[in-house]
Design a protein around this ligand. Sequence first.
Ligand SMILES: [Zn+2]
Length: 617
Amino acid sequence: MTKSFFTFLTAIFSIGLLAQNKTDYWQQHVDYTMAVDMDVETFQYTGTQTLVYTNNSPDELKRVYFHLYFNAFQPGSEMDIRLQTIADPDDRMTTTDKKSRIASLTDSEIGYLHATSLTQDGNKVTFSEEGTVLVVDLAKPIAAGAKSTFNMEFKGQVPLQIRRSGRNSEEGVALSMSQWYPKLAEYDFEGWHADPYIAREFQGVWGDFDVKLTIDKEYTVGGTGYLQNPNEIGHGYETPGTKIKKQKGKTLTWHFKAPMVHDFMWAADPEYIHDIQQVPDGPVLHFLYKDDAKILENWKKLQPKTMEAMQFFSKNIGKYPYDQYSVIQGGDGGMEYAMSTLITGNRKFGSLVGVMAHEMAHSWFQHILATNEAKHEWMDEGFTSFISKLCMTEIMDYEKENPFEGTYKGYRNLALSGKEQPQGTYADRYALNFAYGISAYSKGSIFLSQLGYVIGQDKLIETIRKYYDEFKFKHPVPNDFKRVAEKVSGFELDWYLTDWTQTTNTIDYGIKEVTASENNTKVTLERIGLMPMPLDILVVYNDGSKETFYAPLRMMRGEKENAYAGIERTVIEDWPWAYPTYDFEINKPMTSIQAIVIDPSQLMADVNLENNVWQAE
Ligand SMILES: [Zn+2]
């Protein structure tokens, strides 16, 4: 992709669209009120949770499920066994000799989360743990449209940092508290999603959180939610100029509220530096990072880049809807959370900006457009990779001809390896982490960049913005995105969604033959791969002039606009996909032609580029 194409992309990103209302859609709602006490000596905590659950479904519910994610960090857990049995385990979770780090955790190092009591509307319920899932048989069914209140007491222990959450990370962050509370599983039109915690990907119920956290007063805390008592807490949250009254006792109680989120993360460390930046016409940004000479300069330079990224995504996808976003050092790489991210801090500058941009883009693709990541991992990782790459190209002034070159290379590598599984594979059920990674991130990103080739770049941008408008604060599924693209473009795109995401069919078109026919030139194209595509064909003449031909795919029932402004285009006959070959004529002698190229943009993920070019001898 050329720089001018990119400028074009951003120019049309600003088109606004009216939202349409869906009438048959419903989603569950939660209101959490939690109070948690953290002991920073033992890393054990206790808590109470009042959960008001609104059953907006048309179904009566007799059971509910909670996630108890910390139970994954125990020897013998499903996460541990999967780590020991997958051929290419995540090296963050294994020792240098490829042994599971979970397997060797001692009793004081493991993670756990247990409900110690639970009532429903004041009545005792039966509950049992199945690994990382709490199964609750209700005292009384929850009728369609009714509310029910659960009161739970729970206790937990923060595991040593293994994956995403934990204590005492390699970089010395005390507490990375993600997936830390009993979290109600989501129930939607597909039923329950009480997925065990094995490797990755989450899904949560939309709702409002009110969290009180009591912790050693030396610790600075950040995460999801607006602090309600900043002038009591201080730690950089106070109104500038406020004098903070010295608190008696060893602890402080931090009170956070987060409206309309589906997760709640926090992190704490006694050595955090806390910087604040206001994005013009945007949220307040909080930066929390260790007072460590190695990283200070990069974390200062990161702040204006974070502001630019926030503006880029708000402009190109839709306005960031919260008043706060926090970039926090913690975790074991980078992971997105509601209104915040945890990223490791000791990185080269480009990598630090890159991980920030990726995780921030997830604020849209997962935390606002809350797809079920376990089932449709490409819709959050892929879409995030696509938009964050465009963001990095702009804010870091990368001079790449085609920012997606590596993405396509990675995909081809997988597609030709024989190890590819359909993108619709459940995130934990890939045979290899390698196949999951390329499928979710690279092939998912290409879903969008290639869709721009299929329907036109302006229509792609319109589709993304309209998708945001229609599905923010909901749980969109693949067909929702496809329908938006169809309505925006006027094309039928079922074939695109099914072939790309539900099969491992590949795209391979080639120029089979070029022959002279009197004063004209006959070009024979062939379809070798099973996945069909419309074709842009560029012809370059000896005098340097160019023209393009466009062979629409018949089953799209339409033609995109000329993708190459300034080059004359001829729309040739539709190519019905079942025909393996296709002929067209160029009204110029063969001797005048220098080269013929299928898809010069290379946005079509053809797995064999060699047969896409014909050159005169
Ligand atoms: Zn991601």
